[in-house]
Write a protein that binds this ligand. Structure first.
Ligand code: HEC
Length: 178
């Protein structure tokens, strides 16, 4: 092997390592075709971008509102949380979950469906439109890494295996209000 060849190979490796990686986002969770038949456990109103958030709102909810209030062009929007009936008992208990679909949150008016699935006790995430087209590329806050960052950063979600919500009759967190 000539020195020249080695040098060229080395330069290529160094060059590749310094090139910015293209952002190639795609959903980790699959799209559940039958989510509309799941159990609606909670409907909440995501406040509009102009809404002043109450001081006593939990940091988790504040961050959620800040991150997603652009989705419906800054207007308030209803979010519906559906749970896969096959894991309803686990949802009530707060996990753990078997492998497979867990829950969705539907921003119906904006044609956005967030999906959580479990694999090996860990939640994985995805974002789709209602027809099941992957929309993770449309915005960085649809990237499954962004979902996991929040769902695994906050204790309320982390301790329930990456699931943030609870049944409304078991309020631990503050509900989002207008
Ligand atoms: C900034 C924090 C944050 C980010 C980022 C986030 N979520 Fe959530 N998510 C929440 C909160 C808070 C709830 C519960 C809302 C409630 O109970 O009122 C929730 C609820 C959900 C639910 C209903 C089941 C559950 O966990 O309660 C799904 C499904 C979900 N999110 C998926 C996603 C997906 C997919 C993404 C990324 C595309 C995402 N989330 C990004 C905070 C976040």
């Amino acid at each position: 092997m000539s020195i020249k060849f080695l040098f060229t190979a080395l330069s290529i490796i160094i060059l590749m390592a310094t090139l910015p990686l293209p952002v190639r986002a795609s959903s980790d969770a699959r799209f559940p075709a039958d989510w509309k038949q799941w159990k609606l456990v909670k409907s909440i109103e995501l406040p509009s971008a102009e809404t002043k958030m109450p001081k006593n709102m939990s940091p988790l909810y504040k961050e959620t509102v800040r991150r997603y209030n652009w989705v419906y062009l800054g207007k308030s929007i209803k979010l519906d949380i559906y749970v896969n009936p096959a894991v309803m008992d686990e949802y009530i208990k707060g996990g753990p979950y078997p492998d497979g679909f867990t829950a969705v949150v539907a921003f119906r008016e904006a044609n956005v469906i967030f999906v959580t699935e479990h694999r090996n006790n860990k939640a994985i995430y995805g974002a789709y439109d209602e027809k099941g087209h992957d929309i993770t590329k449309n915005h960085s806050s649809f990237n499954p890494k962004t979902c996991a960052k929040c769902h695994y950063f906050y204790k309320e979600c982390r301790t329930r295996y990456g699931i943030c919500s609870q049944l409304p009759d078991k309020p631990v967190q503050q509900p989002i209000s207008k």
